[in-house]
Design a protein. Structure first.
Ligand SMILES: Nc1ncnc2c1ncn2[C@@H]1O[C@H](COP(=O)(O)OP(=O)(O)OP(=O)(O)O)[C@@H](O)[C@H]1O
Length: 238
């Protein structure tokens, strides 16, 4: 599936009776990258899981390539091109790396697993290891690779660097950047590490208490220390 545009219009969502996201609207052109920033608990994960159809939507629309997916359940949204790599790094802990990847290929031939190994050579080295035997970074690579093998046109990455050593973060960010440069996917990145988020994406939005409080270019945000300190935290930019 080629990269698709994502248009989110007046989205409100939450959990049971609790509204978390309110009136969220933004657009990402096909093949572009957007970083989503905000302090803890401001609704970033909720935004991604709502796009994936994993929690309650109260109103608004989610269009991928112009097609409204709002009323579809999450498995159907996955078929229509949305792929989420969750913060929890969902992998099957009792399956090998290769078996985990086989789950991700859906109806594509087995040979496509090589794409995952090309992206993360470390996974090839560990292909016969079980999920629980992997380091945090390797689990993140596996979770990402599994989602990517499903060829999403819009990829959602939820805090992929959380808790990982700097050298692994660099390896992952390089892989995400290569993926983005291929132009095959539109990518949304939720990331607490501000520098990584700004380096990755040309555009940024900031969430505060479930609302978008700022949208603009990474360049503009990088230049505005006052804005960063106000919405994200003192000392976030180095
Ligand atoms: N399953 C849930 N049920 C009820 N409320 C929830 C649930 N998950 C999250 N929330 C609430 O929704 C709000 C937004 O949480 P969310 O995890 O989306 O924020 P976040 O910006 O991703 O934060 P973090 O960086 O800590 O992951 C918080 O007030 C949180 O307590």
């Amino acid at each position: 599936m080629p990269a698709a545009s994502l248009d989110v219009k007046n989205l409100s969502a939450g959990y049971g009776p609790t509204i978390v996201l309110e009136d969220v609207s933004f657009s990402v052109p096909p093949g572009a990258r957007l970083s989503i920033l905000g302090r803890n608990g401001m609704g970033k994960t909720t935004l991604l899981s709502t796009l994936m159809g994993m929690n309650r939507r109260y109103g608004g629309e989610i269009l991928v390539g112009g097609k409204d997916l709002s009323f579809l359940k999450s498995s159907e949204r996955a078929r229509q091109g949305i792929g989420l790599v969750p913060q929890t790094r969902d992998i099957f802990r009792s399956l090998t790396v290769e078996e985990n990847l086989i789950v991700g290929i859906k109806d594509r031939p087995r040979s496509v697993i090589q794409e995952a190994y090309d992206m993360f050579p470390r996974l090839f080295e560990r292909r016969n290891n079980l999920g629980w035997q992997l380091s945090g970074g390797e689990q993140q690579m596996l979770s990402t690779a599994r989602t990517i093998l499903g060829r999403p046109s819009v990829l959602l990455l939820d805090e992929p660097l959380e808790g990982l050593a700097p050298v692994i973060c660099e390896e992952l960010m390089a892989a995400f950047t290569r993926l983005a440069s291929s132009g095959e996917m539109t990518i949304l990145l939720v990331e607490q590490r501000l520098e990584s988020a700004l380096d990755f994406a040309e555009s940024v939005l900031i969430l505060e208490r479930g609302r978008i409080v700022w949208q603009g270019t990474s360049e503009a945000l990088r230049a505005d220390h006052g804005l960063v300190e106000h919405y994200i935290g003192v000392g976030s930019l180095h």
